[in-house]
Design a protein around this ligand. Structure first.
Ligand code: AMP
Ligand code: MG
Length: 486
């Protein structure tokens, strides 16, 4: 276990030089207070959880202090936003403070979001508000607990620095951890600005530090692209299987590591709706739930374009074609598990599709459906979930097939239950729960958000006295409009 001053830095990205990032110091926020910290994220840095109580902790993560070995820098990147190319984005309000090496030898980027203006701020104030920082914290740690790859969140600090959005809010900072902050948009930036030597340097950098196994392949850059396609196919399969809508799948929000990255107006589905749009500003539904699969493919094609100086076009195209089948295989595997099935049958894909079709017109809570389906023997479970379906003929036809399918699986109900509860969360990060926690935090009460984070860190395990967190949203919480401003 380490104290704060024992962290070891090795700032590899900073050493790439000024073509890749610009030196900027954090601009502190006034009178910083710790809102919450993640013990499991602290463990990634070998930090003793007790250090989060020290005043120095909030000072470091609110920009008042800096390690002498940190080298804060704003990264440059570009990207496609809602399908249109934006030639210059970059860290407009976040800084890569440096890379910490832990006892296991892993490098973790310390990225301070909301750290003030940078050369990439354009018209922005460089700040993040408390509401969006809390949302990113909760989601990062919750997706990780669900087993969905994600950037992590170490802590949120708040302040008395006013920030103007639709109303006056408080400036906050989020400390994000990730093995790398390189996005698809980093490659696009060097491609579209026609800097082939820097594009290659970036490729070599990620190969060396993040995809070392690809260096052993005949064509390392092609192998790298294939790995990115594979990881994203698996990631999106997890999003779809668990009902996660990202909301802003711009290429600057896509990590080359295949981790969930840059949280905005995201949502977990409450009632199942394939067409759900969680981003209030997404008028055309480009990033609707069911579009996440083709959009991820589109984003990978945008990355492929940026790699054309280094990899043959035919090779890139072949690799891109792997995305859908890889996605489908992962998705089917996850859905089988969610349904309690351990064997594979030809009809399983249809079984999953017909279930979702039957859910679509009703008010079926997507997460609780799977949890409840495993709770009791199949006959009783089916009778219980039936009440939420509107198209009862479709449900009954599906239920008959499912009942027969479970019978062919064999095994005891006790085994089935244990298997299903281990993959179907009881506790879900619902927008209304996040909203309640944010409202309390805005009033200076941080206990609500700390309790919520605590419950969500063990989503599969029934926790005594936490029944309240399993409730479906109340009316006010059903159709919250989550603003894109953050
Ligand atoms: P995001 O919507 O957070 O993915 O941000 C998209 C781009 O806008 C990135 O280049 C951000 O750094 C930048 N940006 C977002 N909010 C601000 C802000 N308040 N000040 C400066 N830049 C911002
Ligand atoms: Mg972003």
């Amino acid at each position: 276990m380490k104290t704060l001053d024992q962290l070891t830095f090795d700032n590899r990205f900073a050493r790439l030089g000024d073509a890749f990032s610009t030196e900027v110091l954090p601009d502190p926020i006034a009178n910083p207070r710790l809102v919450l910290a993640s013990r499991s994220a602290m463990a990634l840095l070998d930090l003793d959880p007790a250090v989060s109580e020290q005043a120095e902790f909030a000072e470091l993560f609110a920009g008042h202090k800096l390690w002498s070995d940190a080298e804060p820098r704003a990264m440059v990147y570009s990207g496609h936003q809602f399908g249109a190319y934006n030639p210059r984005l970059g860290d407009g309000r976040g800084l890569l403070l440096g890379e910490v090496v832990n006892a296991a030898g892993e490098h973790w980027d310390l990225h301070l979001k909301g750290a003030g203006q940078t050369p990439y701020s354009r018209m922005g104030d460089g700040r993040a508000v408390l509401r969006s920082s809390i949302r990113e914290f909760l989601a990062s740690e919750y997706l990780h607990a669900l087993g969905i790859p994600s950037s992590r969140a170490l802590c949120v600090t708040t302040s008395d620095t006013p920030v103007w959005r639709e109303r006056q809010e408080r400036a906050a900072m989020l400390l994000r951890l990730a093995p790398s902050h390189v996005r698809f948009g980093h490659f696009e930036y060097f491609y579209y600005t026609q800097q082939p030597e820097h594009l290659k340097a970036l490729g070599d950098y990620v190969l060396r530090n993040h995809f070392a196994e690809c260096l052993e392949q005949e064509q390392p850059y092609a192998a790298f692209f294939r790995e990115v396609v594979e990881r994203n196919a698996e990631l999106i399969a997890r999003w779809q299987a668990y009902g996660f809508c990202h909301g802003v799948m711009n290429t600057d929000n896509m990590s080359i590591l295949g981790i969930t990255f840059d949280y905005g107006p995201y949502a977990f589905l409450d009632d199942f709706d394939a067409r759900h749009i969680c981003n209030h500003s997404d008028d055309t539904g480009r990033y609707a739930f069911s579009n996440q699969v083709p959009i991820a493919h589109w984003n990978l094609a945008a990355l492929a374009q940026a790699l054309t100086p280094m990899v043959e076009v035919d090779r890139l195209r072949e690799t891109l074609n792997l995305f859908l089948p890889l996605y489908q295989a992962h998705y089917l595997d996850l859905m089988r598990r969610r349904l309690g099935l351990t064997t594979a049958e030809d009809g399983d894909e249809g079984l999953v599709q017909r279930l979702l079709q039957a859910m679509q017109p009703g008010a079926v809570d997507y997460s609780l459906f799977f949890r409840r389906l495993g709770e009791h023997p199949v006959e009783q479970a089916l009778a219980e979930v039936r009440a939420d379906f509107v198209d009862l003929a479709a449900f009954d036809a599906w239920a008959a097939d499912y009942r027969a399918r479970v019978a062919r699986e064999g095994g005891s109900q006790e085994q089935r239950r244990a298997r299903m509860q281990a993959v179907n969360p009881l506790y879900v990060l619902r927008n209304y729960l996040a909203q309640e926690a944010i409202q309390a935090a805005e009033q200076g009460d941080y206990q609500v958000v700390r309790d919520l984070h605590d419950v969500l860190s063990r989503p599969f395990e029934e926790q005594p006295g936490k029944q309240r967190y399993t409730q479906r949203p109340p009316d006010w919480g059903r159709h919250l409009e989550i603003s894109c401003s953050s």
